[in-house]
Design a protein around this ligand. Sequence first.
Ligand SMILES: Nc1ncnc2c1ncn2[C@@H]1O[C@H](COP(=O)(O)OP(=O)(O)OP(=O)(O)O)[C@@H](O)[C@H]1O
Ligand SMILES: [Mg+2]
Length: 417
Amino acid sequence: MTACGLDFGTSNSAIGILRGGAPVLAPVDGEETLIPSAVFFDYETKGRVLFGASAIATYVGQHDGRLMRALKSILGSPLIDEKTALGAKMVALTDVVEIFVRHLKSQAEAFGQQQLTAVVHGRPVRFVDDDDAADAKAQRVLAGIANRVGFSDVSFVYEPIAAAYHYEETAQGEETVLIADIGGGTSDFTVIRIGPERRTRPDRTDDILANDGTRVGGTDFDSLLSLDAVMPMLGLGSYLVEKNLPMPNGLYFELATWSTINFTYTYQNERMLIELVAGAREPEKVARLLKVIRERLGHRIAFTVEDGKIALSEADAAALPLDFIERDLLAPASRGGFDRAIAAKTDRLNRTAAACIRDAGLKPDDIHTIFFTGGSSRVPAVRTAIAKAAPSARIAAGSDFLSVGLGLTREAQRRYG
Ligand SMILES: Nc1ncnc2c1ncn2[C@@H]1O[C@H](COP(=O)(O)OP(=O)(O)OP(=O)(O)O)[C@@H](O)[C@H]1O
Ligand SMILES: [Mg+2]
């Protein structure tokens, strides 16, 4: 068996192999060991499929084609059985996941110069909150994909446990840690006892005290910021002349959500919007929405919003440039406004972290350290909310985008090395 560790993430992915017996991440996007989980089907060059940074760059360069991001979100949603139009063909969304996973495997095989047959696959603690059957189905679908791309041996490890194994490599002494992996699609928590002596134990079951997770992540923050700061400029919340009705809002939600952006580009929506522009109190705003649908600018908005969100981790205010919709159009955003827009989500993170500590049979003060990892752990309001669940803990952070991939590869070494 030649094994790898695979972190298929909502926003970013990584894959690691054993080289000379040691775990290393494979270059998967040029020289990079981290690849945006993005696939672009280029309609201008028939049959051309691009991955990662070049998928995004080609899309933003205004090639005609279809960009897919946040594919993992689909696994935990009713869209798991849906198809999407790729040119003239209808393709299952799970087939697009397969195309991406196949790409990762082939990159890792080229790097290691051997075929990979076993995978230690990451998974969130919960793909779906409060629905065990749907949650099990998501893992089944991923396992089926892994089989189809050529892994005969597939096992799953919770992503925060993998992050814990990575953190543990640098831990000096024995401690009880709350791992908080806040990613693009999910937030995952593990309470675990770690330490230099425990690290080499073949079975860690006794050290893992509890796992908890919820379907909250950076892509939700993007949606909420978009609905708060950008969509109102496209007419969300504005009124129609007749009967004082508000603009229907379903389309705005789809457009503000990474995994459903492509669904908004329909002829019916264009027809509907032409009528709504004619009946709107603020037609100039609704006309912007019509332009976005016609010219398929949804992902451009989503990237702009994501950049603005990331800027707000450091700054109190940010202006989101929307000049691809209209000259000099800017959407102002502030840290305070963003924190309010995501308050229900950060509250949920606080409750999930607290529940994880309780499930471990511990009190908040029993947690020595909170280890933050995952890109969305950089949001200040996220850290504050989670830190409240263990107020006396020391805060540690690191390898935000790679800890899970490295930990999974370490586990592959333990199992197959
Ligand atoms: N400085 C930052 N401030 C706020 N958010 C950030 C920052 N940097 C990255 N992010 C967000 O982090 C998310 C990606 O994090 P990460 O790569 O850990 O997720 P993932 O592993 O792909 O997702 P998941 O584990 O949920 O499947 C994105 O939503 C991105 O916008
Ligand atoms: Mg992750």
